[in-house]
Design a protein around this ligand. Structure first.
Ligand SMILES: [Zn+2]
Length: 102
């Protein structure tokens, strides 16, 4: 079992319910405690949207629908890449962190 360490406080994250993963453009996908992420929202990293949240799943579904419609109408591979970006981030978050937590 891999230890997942919060990037803000340095403590071990014990379960999926405590875990929030966010995308940092400089550091990639980063793990935080739920409370530490909430405190981060007040600081420099205020724009970081959690990857492993219900809202992200809704954004993925809406993005896939919009990109599929645009792909059918405009027929450009750009919409395939745009539509798969959020699901790929969610998959990476699961592969790197979530699958190791109970
Ligand atoms: Zn923490």
């Amino acid at each position: 079992m891999r230890r997942i360490v919060c990037q803000r406080c340095g403590d071990v994250i014990e379960s999926k319910s405590e875990l929030v993963t966010t995308l940092s453009l400089l550091q990639g996908i980063m793990p935080y405690h739920l409370d530490c992420h909430a405190q981060n929202q007040k600081g420099w990293n205020a724009g970081a949207t959690p990857i492993n949240s219900q809202a992200t799943i809704a954004i993925m579904i809406i993005g896939l629908i919009v990109c599929t419609v645009l792909l059918v109408i405009i027929k450009s591979w750009v919409f395939v890449v745009a539509g798969l970006l959020a699901p790929l981030l969610r998959l990476l978050s699961w592969l790197i962190y979530e699958r190791f937590l109970p």
